[in-house]
Every structure is written in structure tokens, then in C-alpha cells.
Ligand binder design. Structure first.
Ligand code: DGJ
Length: 688
């Protein structure tokens, strides 16, 4: 049984295949954390010792490992919840009142001792993936408004000091830059205050005890929220490390009306003693099983880097024909097809087809694309409006603003206040009509600026994204075949909140194939490969000005859901031929890449090799990149991972057909050598 209870000791145990999470109810009715780690089946061995204050300055709360610390009393560590009652009281005093079990979910019910206010702690188990999804819900059963000033979704207790914390940093065009730093006394904060997710930090934590890819303890959690989040890691004075994550309380206030409930976003959390690889596999498997739409993602062509705003029907048809010729399955028209959209500062909000660019509407293009047997996709940025649009002229009050202040534009645009019912309805209707009028299979949903001058409701920092989730969920009900790509100026909306509601992430506007290796590597720690869109684009790259051979560019993009963003009208015969071959190869290995297990592979070389591997059942694929050779004559030995040791694998390397056992490939490995700069190889292994 995954959820266990020792009634005698009032101790709850949550068991997954390899882990246990244990907490109990103490004599004061507090929920005290006891254990999170390797599996311990017998709950009777756990107890809740009586705790006493350390000194009059170090109250008992400071050493009480509460599952969900609230603001109140002699608590000075970070709390998860702070509310203001209508009489001005700002202290919460809760007591355990009971529990419920719903299939794989345990709910612990807490209630304030004076006010009609309930807190429910939720724990949902994913046994095979060794994960627990945690969240909190609040219920105001009183007659008054209760103001929620801070709500973090869960607290985690880790019984160590001096852990390593990792996350990503970055900015537009340089998203997903993984960093690791030592935790010490005091607090560390990662957060987003921009409303529209962020290119900077990402809503997750990884804390490890000097783990490697394949060994060592790792505690991790990913928040299911695309808006303002904060995550606090606190190494206390008393020998443990605490982590909390949830909605950012910066400029936040939720007014919980009488009889209303609020459910905070959940955190998918896990523990492993098998290093980062096991962490990634557990999260990827969770996403594949529970969030991602089944089926393989199509190879897409997107016209943005080729044409930018200068789209027109004729040229798009010409692009589509070549896209089809090289093997694309989905043709996506990016920005520029609507309103007076010839530059960034016009058109947003006016979602009618530009008659100068498409005199007969989109139909002739879509018909051509469909006649060629491709799917059709289109770009939108529904949350935004340009001041120079008709929509803005008609509804100046639809944007986030303060009445007495001028509203800042960024990229020449404002953000629509989607929490207004009429704005939500406008966006839904606009998209519904687009999807009903045209045979569209794919929506690329962009969002190119953060929120500012957010208006008087301090809850919009959370409500905004909830509305976006709702719109897409509703659209998917009516138009179930349509895939949605989450893009926010590149990789600004990559998180477990949006994953599943949207099907693809646009990982970054940085399409430089070398930079992408780092971006994709960092991404893979938490997020599944199937949702990682990667394009092959032209050289010199618009951002890095780097020239990289086309084969390396393809190989880098083939590590995810492949897309092509080149101006294929300018392709030479050789480019077309190579593109055809590589796209064909991608289609063969696509199930292994998109649905297999992903491995970050280390090599024995000082040289700058980057190796990644995928395994699905009896097949594996190894990607090897050498961006810049240091000692070019030296090769590397790569030990493969995740193969079946007693099976014989056949593969082709350097024109030779070879056979080796899984055991040999995993223990001895294979000797490989790439030469020069920007060399790369893909090796496909199949069980004989
Ligand atoms: C930003 C996106 O990341 C790009 O791919 C492209 O769609 C542009 N916006 C269009 O304005």
C-alpha cells in the first residue's frame, strides 16, 4: 500500500517504489516532518520525540520540522502561509483535524483554532516514478474576506547542510544556463517577478549531496506554475536545509472571499540516491505518462528567420513546397500575417488576415500545404496589443495600467488584462474563430514582454496565467487535434505549469547549434525531450554570427523535436540533398529521441566532446559533437548507458558495420574520433 498510516502513533507514510516520505501529527496538532529518503517500509520504527526549546531565544518552533509552517507565534524561519483576517489579526494557529485518502492522494486537513479557515495539505503519489506531487488548498468558511499575503505550495526538509543547489540562469537568447552553487547559512532565492514567466531562473530546485550523473542523493521539485514564482532555500542554524516554492509574494495579495476555496499550484517532488540521471528519468517519465499528448511530434518548418514580417502568400507557398521536398510535416507561418503587422509596433490585437500579403485570405496557402499532405500552423500573440492597433483604440482600458500613470511599452506593445472577462472572451473567440475558419493544426503562442503597471488587483500576477491555461484548455476541448507551442520570446515559458496544456516548448530564440548544446543539456535535467523544439537555421547565425556546418546544425536540432527555420529558398542542391537525408534519418530515430530515456554521457577526454544518448526498448542513439578540437588527433572512449547487457547490438560507425554486446558497450565503451571543428556524428544501435 502506497499510503500508510500508523494510527497508534499518528504517523503517515507515503511509499513509492524506492522512496518513503514520512510525517506525523504531534501532541499539539502540528504536522511534523520525519523522513524523506530511501524506502523504509515499517512505519512503527518512526516516532515523534518531544521537542523542547533550545533556549528562550530559540523557540521550539525553530527546531520543529513542520510540514507547512505558517506565520504566527514564535516562528522566525521562512513560512509558507501568511493571511490577514478582517479584524486585523495576522497570526494563524492551526490544528490537525483529520485526513482523507482519495486513490493515490492523501489530504491532511488543518483548521485555524479561532477563525473558520481550513488548510488542506495534498500529497499525490506516482509510485513508479518515485515522485510525490504536493500542493495546498485553502477554504474560507467565514463570512469575511481573508487576505492571503503569502502562499508557498509546500515545504521540504532535507537533513543535511552544505548541499549543492542547481537551477538555471540566463536572459533572452541565453536561456537555460545551468549553474550550481553551495548552500550555506542563510537563504537563497530564485524568483520571477515578470508575470510572463521568465528567461532567467526556472521554477524548480535541485539539491544534491555531491551527486554525479549516476550516483548520490538528489532532492528535487518542479513547480507547476508559469507566472511569478519564488523558491527559497534556507540552511538553518539547527542542522537542516529547508526549501519552499510557490507563488511569489512580491506585490501579491489574494482576497479569498467568504465560502471560497483557493488551490495553489503543485510541486512535483522526488528523491533519488542514483544521481541526476535518475532524477531526470523520473521527471521525464512522469511528464510522458501524465502530461504530454501521446504521439510523435511532427518535423516542422517555420518561416520566421527566413522572412520575418515580410510574409506573403506566394512566397510562403514556395517555401512550403521546398519544406515538403526536404521532408517537413508541418508548415508554420510565423509573425506578420495579420493586421498592419510590418514591424513590432503595429498590428497586435487586429487579428484579421492582411489583404496585401494574402489577397485571398489564408485559404490558398493552407490548401496548398494540405494538398501536399502537410499540417498547417500559425503564430499568434493573443495576450498583447500594440498602441497603434484598432483594438487598443476601441478598448484603451483593456490593458494592465494604473489610471494616473503612463503605461510602459516594451517591444512596442502593452499586455492585455486577461483577467477581465471581456478580454478573456475576446481572446477565446478570436482563436476559436481562427481555428473554426481555417484548417489549422498548430498554434505557436508567443508572449514577447513582461507585465508592468499591473493595475489595482495584486492577484493578477497569478490570475493572468490561470486565464491563459483556461483559454487553451477550452480551445483544446473544441479543437482537440490542435497542438499548442508555448513560446515567450524564445524560452520564456518553460515550466511544469504550462506543460501538458501546451504541447511544445520553443526552447530559445538562440538557434546557434553550438549554444543550443548547452541550452538543451540544461533543459534536459528537468523537462522532457519530446517538448523541446529545436530548429536548424541559417549561417552566419543571426545572434552569434557564427558559421557552423549544416550537418552539425541538423544534428544539434535532431536532439529534440526537429524543426527547420532556414531560408530554404536559398538552399543549394547539396543543402536540399543533405536536408532530405538527415530529416529521413531523424524520422527513423524519432521514436527513440522523443519517447526514449535520455542520458547525458560523460567521456574520458579533455577534448571538448559533448555526448548524449537515448534508449528505447531495443534501440539506442548516440549523439557526439566536437565543436572545437583541442588535440584533434585524440579520440574518446564513450561508455554507453541503459543498454541490455546480454543483448548484441549492431551499429554502423565510420562506414563499418559492427556488433557488440550491451555489456561491452556499457563497460568498455566504444572508441570514437571526430576531427577538426564542428564535427558531429549520430550512431544508431539496434539489438540483433
Ligand atoms: C519571438 C519568438 O521567439 C520568435 O520565434 C518569433 O516568433 C518572434 N517572436 C515573432 O515576433
Amino acid at each position: 500500500m502506497a499510503i500508510c498510516l500508523s494510527k497508534k502513533n499518528r504517523i503517515f507514510g507515503l511509499h513509492t517504489n524506492n522512496t518513503s516520505y514520512v510525517f506525523g501529527v504531534d501532541g499539539l496538532g502540528l504536522i511534523r516532518h520525519i523522513y524523506w529518503g530511501e524506502k523504509i517500509n515499517d512505519l512503527d520504527e518512526f516516532s515523534l520525540p518531544v521537542l523542547c526549546e533550545v533556549s528562550t531565544n530559540d523557540s521550539v518552533y525553530e527546531i520543529t520540522p513542520e510540514e507547512f509552517p505558517v506565520y504566527g507565534g514564535l516562528r522566525y524561519k521562512e513560512h509558507c502561509l501568511k493571511v490577514n483576517f478582517s479584524d486585523g489579526t495576522r497570526e494563524l494557529i492551526y490544528k490537525y483535524i483529520g485526513y482523507e485518502i482519495k486513490e493515490e492522494e492523501l489530504i491532511i486537513n488543518l483548521a485555524d483554532t479561532h477563525y473558520s479557515f481550513q488548510i488542506n495539505l495534498h500529497y499525490k503519489l506516482y509510485e513508479e516514478e518515485d515522485l510525490i506531487e504536493r500542493w495546498v488548498s485553502l477554504k474560507n468558511s467565514s463570512e469575511d474576506i481573508i487576505e492571503v499575503e503569502k502562499i508557498h505550495s509546500a515545504q521540504f526538509h532535507i537533513p543535511y547542510e552544505n548541499l549543492n543547489f542547481s537551477n538555471v540562469h540566463g536572459h533572452w537568447g541565453a536561456e537555460q544556463q545551468r549553474f550550481t552553487q553551495r548552500v550555506s547559512y542563510g537563504k537563497m532565492l530564485v524568483e520571477n517577478r515578470r508575470g510572463i514567466s521568465t528567461h532567467n531562473h526556472n521554477p524548480y530546485f535541485i539539491l544534491d549531496k555531491d551527486a554525479t550523473e549516476t550516483n548520490g542523493e538528489v532532492f528535487f521539485g518542479a513547480l507547476r506554475l508559469s507566472g511569478n514564482f519564488s523558491g527559497v532555500v534556507e540552511q538553518t542554524q539547527y542542522g537542516e536545509t529547508l526549501v519552499q516554492m510557490g507563488i511569489n509574494s512580491h506585490d501579491f495579495m489574494l482576497k479569498l472571499k467568504p465560502k471560497k476555496e483557493f488551490t495553489a499550484p503543485s510541486i512535483i517532488s522526488g528523491y533519488t540516491n542514483k544521481g541526476f540521471e535518475a532524477m531526470s528519468h523520473n521527471l521525464h517519465n512522469f511528464a510522458k505518462k501524465n502530461l504530454l499528448r501521446p504521439g510523435l511530434r511532427p518535423v516542422l518548418y517555420n518561416s520566421w528567420e527566413a522572412t520575418e514580417f515580410k510574409v506573403n502568400c506566394e512566397e510562403q507557398i514556395r517555401l512550403a513546397k521546398i519544406a515538403k521536398k526536404i521532408g517537413a510535416e508541418l508548415f508554420v507561418v510565423d509573425d506578420g500575417w495579420f493586421g498592419e503587422r510590418n514591424s513590432i509596433d503595429k498590428g497586435l490585437g487586429d487579428w484579421y488576415v492582411d489583404k496585401d500579403k494574402f489577397p485571398k485570405g489564408l485559404k490558398p496557402l493552407i490548401d496548398e500545404v494540405k494538398a501536399m499532405g502537410m499540417m498547417f500552423g500559425i503564430w499568434v500573440e493573443p495576450e498583447m496589443v500594440n498602441p497603434l492597433s484598432q483594438l487598443y483604440k476601441d478598448h484603451v482600458d483593456w490593458i494592465y495600467h494604473f489610471d494616473t500613470r503612463e503605461t510602459d511599452t516594451s517591444r512596442g506593445q502593452y499586455v492585455l488584462n486577461v483577467t477581465k472577462p471581456e478580454v478573456k472572451e475576446f481572446i477565446y473567440n478570436m482563436l476559436d474563430s481562427l481555428l473554426s475558419t481555417y484548417d489549422i493544426d498548430y498554434i505557436k503562442w508567443d508572449a514577447n514582454r513582461p507585465i508592468a503597471q499591473s493595475g489595482t488587483d495584486k492577484a493578477i500576477w497569478y490570475k493572468h496565467i490561470e486565464v491563459i491555461y483556461d483559454i487553451v484548455k477550452e480551445l483544446k476541448k473544441k479543437h482537440p487535434k490542435v497542438l499548442f507551442e508555448a513560446c515567450a520570446s524564445g524560452g520564456g515559458r518553460i515550466d511544469y505549469g504550462i506543460l501538458g496544456i501546451f504541447d511544445d516548448f520553443w526552447t530559445s530564440d538562440n538557434t546557434d547549434a553550438y549554444d543550443r548544446l548547452k541550452i538543451q543539456d540544461s533543459y534536459s535535467y528537468i523537462y522532457p525531450i519530446k517538448a523541446m523544439r529545436a530548429w536548424v537555421t541559417d549561417c552566419p547565425n543571426f545572434l552569434s554570427r557564427r558559421n557552423i556546418p549544416i550537418k552539425f546544425r541538423y544534428h544539434s536540432a535532431m536532439m529534440g523535436s526537429l524543426g527547420i527555420g532556414c531560408n530554404i529558398l536559398k538552399f543549394s542542391k547539396e543543402d536540399i540533398k543533405l536536408s532530405k537525408e538527415l530529416i529521413e534519418e531523424y524520422k527513423k530515430i524519432r521514436p527513440i529521441i522523443q519517447e526514449g530515456d535520455f542520458y547525458r554521457i560523460s567521456s574520458n577526454s579533455e577534448n571538448n566532446y559533448h555526448c548524449f544518448q537515448y534508449v528505447k526498448q531495443e534501440e539506442a542513439v548516440l549523439f557526439v559533437f566536437l565543436p572545437q578540437s583541442k588535440l584533434g588527433h585524440r579520440g574518446i572512449r564513450v561508455r554507453l548507458r541503459g543498454l541490455q547487457k546480454d543483448k548484441v547490438y549492431s551499429f554502423n560507425y565510420n562506414g563499418q558495420q559492427l556488433k557488440m554486446t550491451g555489456n561491452y558497450l556499457m563497460k568498455y565503451g566504444i572508441d570514437l574520433r571526430l576531427v577538426g571543428d564542428y564535427d558531429s556524428a549520430i550512431i544508431h544501435f539496434s539489438v540483433l
